[in-house]
Design a protein around this ligand. Structure first.
Ligand code: AMP
Length: 599
């Protein structure tokens, strides 16, 4: 039996799934459909999201439901509102040719009275989140006494989200006689307990090894210094110009911070976490689904139920505590016949977790060197050229302007024009990664040296430290003002210490430092103003907030006394300005909520 028809699905369902383009059953469907169509035995199915599991339980149930009979015949419980809505939508499309059939989704964060009215009008299948389902039962608005089928979808997720008690209470309101189908990606100990408590002699099926992560996923990791976590993340993103991915963080605060930093650095990203209202979460998820966002920074809980098939990358900014959570994260890429990368940023300490994770997923992790500036620039450049080549020409619109355009370029060669077009887009990367340090650990750097292929000039990496410093001092230093001086006990050593401990692994070159009585000036490698100002927000010195601002270049010869006095006057005005800025910062709520470090 290898086709849906041979399995005995009704013509109404066959026509609906044909319209959806389902030609053959997926592996989990091949196993689940006969079990549910031909027996009443309970079933545990190991399947990840993306394997076709929704159809695996919905199709055989729909096949046996008679919409002409009253009452709810099936309840599907799902961990999140998003997943619940997705399942209800799928069931609607599978049943579109079944006259009188109705499915109602019930979930928190929405008007309960509206859901009650829909239930009162009658339905065959309810898809609910545990909290709202239990609420409706307690209000006597949801009667599950007649259900023939109970589906626990993503049961491991429901347990890890703390729904065990709600499930207990809901299941106590269902009849003894029913078929229970439990779908899960993993089998944590709590689920063994749950299945023993609520299932009778269940059959087990699994599309592949139940502990295996999706084979379309390549599991990679960068070995990082912990202070380089954020710059390493940026490199992972920059080396993949067409990335469409989720960056997983462990806490809401970390999620917010990473998303804010990426946004400040010009990436197309937003954060998804539990501090957002449901409406805000929907907004972010929709923008991500519609590809208006390229990167989503998310906590595990908030990302549950986000159903996107074409993710190229899942990035573990930090590994989750539980191995099962890693399986879920990585299972979000490589779905629906696509391939994907699950990349983890690991310190030496975190690397020891790999052995356990490899056991869990049955796959090896591949260590990948953190890309250097040259590799990234190369990738970005060729991606840009590909994009230019693939861009469709809006002939009718452009033709009229061509004579004028040709005229404007008439003094330039083809080569010059090409260089200029590419440079307009590409200079940002070239500038940022010029002289960017190798972020790999020393032993890995050696490995890189050994493996270096002959792709040409590597002068950026090979230039000596001194040469690099001279090169930067000559052309790439920016001068800054800082509102701390000798009177505050400020010194070059303190300045260096503050910068080193707050710039998160970036190690920009520092040039000349001038400590004055009330304030100071220092030079730092260009291109780090926003990093520096972000770092300043966390600094406090002698009980005073630290303000750093870009200053004009140092006058030749350091300036005479009068000039310094004038500069000081000018700076005092600037200080008033910076005070205003810091007040605004305080009033900006969570953005300014981070504690300043004291010195
Ligand atoms: P799921 O695991 O239920 O989230 O399904 C993942 C995706 O696969 C959804 O977009 C389904 O519409 C699609 N799908 C499910 N079954 C099939 C099938 N037999 N053939 C093609 N696509 C399918």
């Amino acid at each position: 039996m290898s086709t849906f028809k041979e399995m005995g699905l009704k013509s109404e369902i066959l026509s609906a799934i044909t319209d959806l383009g389902y030609e053959n059953p997926t592996p989990i469907q091949k196993l689940a459909l006969p079990k549910v169509l031909e027996s009443k035995q309970d079933l545990i199915a190991f399947a990840q999201t993306g394997t076709g599991k929704t159809a695996a339980f919905s199709l055989p149930i729909l096949n046996q439901i008679d919409p002409n009979k009253d009452g709810i015949k099936c309840i599907v419980l799902s961990p999140t509102r998003e997943l619940g809505l997705q399942i209800a939508e799928d069931i609607k499309s599978y049943s579109k040719n079944m006259p009188g059939f109705k499915v109602v989704p019930v979930y928190g964060g929405a008007d309960i009275n509206q859901q009650i009215r829909k239930l009162e009008r009658g339905c065959d299948v309810v898809v609910g989140t545990p909290g709202r389902t239990l609420d409706l039962i307690k209000r006597n608005r949801l009667n599950l006494e007649g259900v023939q089928y109970l589906v626990l979808d993503e049961a491991d997720e429901m347990l890890s989200m703390g729904f065990a008690d709600d499930l207990d209470a809901i299941l106590a309101n269902t009849p003894q006689e029913k078929q229970t189908l439990l779908f899960s990606a993993t089998m944590p100990p709590d689920m063994v307990k749950l299945s023993k408590k609520y299932m009778t002699d269940p059959a087990e099926i699994s599309a592949g090894n139940k502990k295996q992560a999706n084979t379309n996923v390549t599991h990679q990791y960068y070995k990082i210094n912990s202070r380089d976590r954020y710059p390493s993340l940026k490199r992972a993103v920059d080396v993949a110009p067409d990335i469409y991915g989720i960056i997983f963080c462990r806490t809401r605060a970390e999620t917010k911070e990473v998303a804010e930093r990426l946004a400040e650095d010009g990436y197309n990203t937003d954060a998804l976490h539990g501090d957002l209202s449901q409406a805000q979460r929907d907004y972010v998820m929709n923008r991500f689904r519609n590809r208006q966002l390229q990167l989503l920074v998310a906590t595990d809980v908030a990302a549950r139920g986000l159903d996107v098939n074409e993710l190229t990358h899942v990035i573990n900014f930090k590994l989750p505590d539980e191995d099962d959570v890693y399986v879920h994260r990585s299972g979000r890429t490589g779905r629906a016949a696509n391939v994907g990368i699950s990349l983890s940023l690991l310190t030496s300490k975190e690397e020891s977790r790999l052995r356990y994770l490899e056991k869990k997923i049955g796959r090896k992790f591949e260590k990948v060197l953190i890309p250097n500036g040259q590799e990234i620039c190369e990738k970005q450049l060729f991606s840009l050229i590909d994009n230019i080549k693939e861009t469709e020409i809006a002939n009718s619109h452009i033709d009229g302007f061509l004579p004028q355009i040709f005229d404007m370029f008439k003094d330039m060669s083809k080569e010059e024009v090409l260089k200029k077009i590419v440079s307009t887009e590409f200079n940002r990367f070239l500038e940022y990664y010029r002289d960017a340090p190798d972020l790999n650990k020393t032993s890995d750097k050696r490995e890189r040296e050994r493996n270096k292929d002959n792709r040409g000039d590597d002068s950026g990496e090979r230039r000596s430290r001194r040469e690099r410093r001279e090169h930067k001092t000559a052309a790439h230093m920016t001068r800054y003002f800082i509102n701390q001086g000798k009177k505050d006990g400020f010194s070059p050593k303190l300045l260096m210490g503050m910068i080193n401990s707050h710039m998160d692994g970036l190690s920009p070159e520092i040039g000349q430092i001038e400590i004055m009585k009330m304030f100071s000036f220092f030079e730092m490698e260009s291109g780090h103003t926003s990093d520096l100002q972000r770092a300043a927000k966390q600094m406090e010195f002698n009980g005073r907030e630290v303000a750093i601002e870009e200053s004009s270049p140092r006058p030749e010869g350091g300036g005479d006394r009068k000039e310094k006095r004038n500069r000081r006057r000018g700076r005092n005005n600037d200080q008033r300005g910076s005070g205003g800025r810091s007040r605004r910062r305080q009033s900006s709520g969570s953005h300014g909520a981070k504690r300043r470090r004291r010195y």
